[in-house]
Ligand binder design. Structure first.
Ligand SMILES: Nc1ncnc2c1ncn2[C@@H]1O[C@H](COP(=O)(O)OP(=O)(O)OP(=O)(O)O)[C@@H](O)[C@H]1O
Length: 248
């Protein structure tokens, strides 16, 4: 069974960046087979990883919805083939799966159920699933992604970010899935002294801080893959220390 590492946090706090650097750490350290899952409807993980996005799970659902004449077994075969051959994007050292935006109109029960099974089938193919979620934890609450071994709630150094982290943790605890361990990570800041009370109020243990890294800003600006950041970049070093704590 793959170990599930789920990231969540208020928009713009640095979830995708931290997810990418965790993937970098796992791949560089040859720690096992890694599946990166972008469960944020505003998918950007592929960009941070330097991959081209050609097919999302939402695309498959939309196409199946239009196949009015096909019967269920044809649809199931189509979904499974599209999933394996297109949605699962292969790369060196890791693979990527992008959920895409969910469109609420109409009933999508059938394709979603087939896709959920496709994801469950992947459990034995990977050692780690690193899941970049949006704040509402939609895919976890829908059961597309089952159980979380390590939940990393990301905040920037703002009071709003830390309070949002606390609310996301409360939401996660209220959903019907198991969380093994949950931690707070604060990004783009060098010192958390002024935030101490707010951090305590979240009920989350602070696992680490990731300093503001100008090299990372430059990579983001020029669309360079974060996997290519040098090992001595401050953000890469900070994520390495975090990984040493969670992947013991
Ligand atoms: N440690 C850091 N130092 C400098 N810039 C950072 C750092 N972490 C993140 N950023 C920058 O902050 C911005 C938001 O980061 P990121 O996209 O990872 O956030 P997010 O939480 O995934 O956002 P969204 O929810 O919108 O997808 C990006 O421009 C990113 O380059």
């Amino acid at each position: 069974m793959a170990k599930h590492i789920a990231l969540a946090g208020k928009g713009g706090t640095g979830k995708t960046t931290v997810a990418s650097l965790i993937i970098k750490n796992l791949v560089a350290g040859n720690k096992g087979r890694v599946l990166a899952v972008d469960a944020d409807p505003n998918a950007t993980l592929h960009e941070a990883l330097g991959m081209e996005l050609t097919c999302t799970l939402s695309d498959i659902v939309e196409t199946v919805k239009e196949q009015k004449s096909a019967d269920d077994s044809d649809r199931e075969g189509y979904i499974k083939t599209k999933f394996t051959e297109e949605a699962l994007i292969r790369s060196d050292g890791y693979d990527l799966l992008v959920m895409g935006p969910s469109r609420q109109a109409g009933c999508y029960c059938f394709p979603n159920a087939v896709l959920k099974n496709c994801i469950i089938q992947l459990e034995n193919d990977y050692d780690y699933m690193v899941i970049d979620n949006e704040a509402g934890l939609e895919h976890i609450s829908r059961g597309t992604i089952q159980d979380v071994d390590t939940m990393l709630v990301i905040s920037d150094g703002s009071v709003k970010g830390v309070r949002a982290a606390g609310r996301i943790y409360e939401l996660a605890k209220s959903l019907a899935f198991d969380i093994g361990e949950a931690y707070l990570i604060i990004t783009k800041i060098n010192d958390t002294a002024l935030l101490q009370k707010e951090i305590e109020a979240t009920g989350l243990e602070l696992l680490g801080i990731i300093p503001y890294d100008t090299q990372l800003t430059e990579y983001d600006l020029y669309g360079k893959p974060l996997l290519d950041l040098p090992e001595d970049s401050p953000a890469v070093k900070a994520v390495r220390e975090i990984c040493d704590k969670i992947f013991v």
